[in-house]
Write a new protein. Structure first.
Lengths: 111, 113
């Protein structure tokens, strides 16, 4: 199965700033997914990213807040913009390849 | 749209005892079913998956799960739990015509000596 490298693994950020999370896959994949896991909660899909097209966002998530790039078939970034403490979560990227594989996650704390 | 229910929020089990985690799904057709484990501070690791075929699925770390269509269930089992199995377990459902995964709320497993 695919191996995903996600970074940073954790960060503490000031409110009002932005953080870009990177996700690198060791093979070419059509779709990449970004999830949010709020403290003590399950995973919620933020958006689906296809190479060469705009990401598709789930209800409750907007591009201005969570812009996503997908420049090629092995890489994607998620930016959390204008952060507030409510954005403190674990953010995970995922790919579908005979089962969904997840990155190790980015633990974000906004102060 | 598909959905998942994990009825047990927290389970405590003694080391060496058996473990069963419940998962019920809602989906009109044959679902794709997954179990993931998340250790504290870690990402998600796939334990096993069901797409089709044999309804008893073997996974990593000695886990297995059984798909029961009549009960809309995909319960996870392990015959003998080790202290390292203490973690959060998530059941997830997908569909053949939809790449989105829906996750259950998770079950926290505590292993006592």
């Amino acid at each position: 199965s695919a191996v995903i490298s996600q970074k940073p693994s954790r960060d503490i950020c000031q409110r009002g700033t932005s953080l870009t999370i990177q996700c690198q896959v060791d093979s070419q994949v059509t779709m990449m997914f970004w999830y949010r896991q709020q403290p003590g909660q399950s995973l919620t899909l933020i958006a689906t990213a296809n190479q060469g097209s705009e990401a598709t966002y789930e209800s409750g998530f907007v591009i201005d807040k969570f812009p996503i790039s997908r420049p090629n078939l092995t890489f994607s970034t998620l930016t959390v913009s204008n952060m507030s403490p409510e954005d403190s979560s674990i953010y995970l990227c995922s790919v579908e390849e005979r089962g969904y594989t997840f990155g190790s996650g980015t633990r974000l704390t906004v102060v | 749209a598909q959905s998942v229910t994990q009825p047990d929020i927290h389970i405590t089990v003694s080391e060496g005892a058996s473990l069963e985690l419940r998962c019920n799904y809602s989906y009109g057709a044959t679902p794709y079913l997954f179990w993931y484990v998340q250790s504290p501070g870690q990402g998600l690791q796939l334990l096993l998956k069901y797409f089709s075929g044999d309804t008893l699925v073997q996974g990593i770390k000695g886990f297995e799960a059984e798909f029961k269509r009549s009960q809309s269930s995909f319960n996870l089992r392990k015959p003998s739990v080790h202290w390292s199995d203490a973690a959060e377990y998530f059941c997830a459902v997908g569909a053949s015509n939809d790449y989105k995964l829906s996750f259950g709320a998770g079950t926290t497993v505590t292993v006592r000596a």
